[in-house]
Design a protein. Structure first.
Length: 286
């Protein structure tokens, strides 16, 4: 496809992840609203997806042969919209309107108004079902596109996730790759304390999935996981990515308080300085 911007430069992808994270912080601070912790935990995953793995063209967002992406944890749009803007789907300046009544960038993923969003999501548990439908449609149409979906680990408490998992395994949808953002924290506390989905790997394996585990903030490990998923030709793949909620900001990391909170001015300044330092280090490594 024309317009594909693929890179396997690890330092470049690290910098993109840092830019996504800093942009997400700015959006939530400006809007005084948004889900920052779960956005920060998946920035490396999105950098790898949008700038290496996905076969997409920002100039032709509706290309029928494009790969599809579903953000099943649909509240984490600060990271998704930042990735889409960096990828060229719309000007970065439009991120300034996040959650504004006059903006097209709503708090949950919206396919009708945001270029590059393949499915509107927000009601947890439903995104994987949509991804299964897309993958099954691709097989029926004899198309070679792939479908990717990022799930929250707290989202695995939804029964519909396992109905979709059973269907994907039943139809051996090898063109489907789910990614579990396993930061082990949800809005009220840790996932294992509230309603444990563990062992996640064994559960997906029982439904007939190819299970891959990776370190979700290690770009090289993420790219290797995607390679393994692509190489599997007889079943759907799930990548269980071990991540940190609030990654990159010292006082936000591993804290359920930052699931949907927004920083005050002092907190913003501290967070912005830490994220700018991380971006500078990534830039120096180029």
């Amino acid at each position: 496809m024309n317009g594909c911007l693929k890179t396997d430069n690890l330092a470049e992808l690290e910098l993109i992840a840092a830019e996504i994270r800093k942009s997400a912080l700015d959006m939530v601070y400006r809007a005084s609203s948004g889900h920052i912790g779960g956005s920060f935990s998946m920035c490396e995953l999105l950098a790898a997806l949008y700038f290496n793995e996905l076969r997409i063209d920002h100039n032709c967002p509706a290309d029928k042969n494009r790969d599809r992406f579903v953000l099943s944890k649909g509240h984490c749009t600060p990271a998704l919209y930042s990735a889409l803007a960096l990828r060229g789907y719309f000007p970065k300046e439009e991120l300034l309107g996040f959650r504004d009544i006059d903006s097209h960038l709503s708090g949950h993923a919206e396919m009708r108004h945001v270029k590059g969003v393949d499915m509107s999501t927000g009601s947890l548990g439903q995104g994987l079902s949509a991804a299964v439908g897309m993958a099954l449609a691709g097989r029926i149409d004899k198309s070679d596109y792939r479908v990717y979906a990022v799930l929250g680990d707290g989202e695995l408490q939804e029964g519909q996730i396992w109905e979709a998992s059973m269907a994907a395994g039943n139809f051996a949808l090898s063109n489907l790759c789910a990614i579990v953002d396993n930061n082990n924290i949800q809005i009220d506390g840790t996932v294992d304390e509230i309603m444990s989905p563990y062992p996640i790997d064994e559960k997906f394996a029982a439904f007939g999935w190819n299970v891959i585990c990776c370190k979700g903030h290690d770009i090289a490990d993420i790219l290797s996981a995607f390679d393994k998923a692509r190489a599997c030709k007889d079943k759907p793949s799930v990548i269980i990515a071990s991540t940190i909620k609030g990654k990159g900001v010292s006082f936000m990391e591993n804290s359920c308080a930052w699931h949907g909170n927004n920083p005050n001015e002092e907190q913003y300044n501290i967070a912005a300085a830490e994220l700018s330092d991380a971006a500078d280090k990534a830039r120096e490594a180029l």
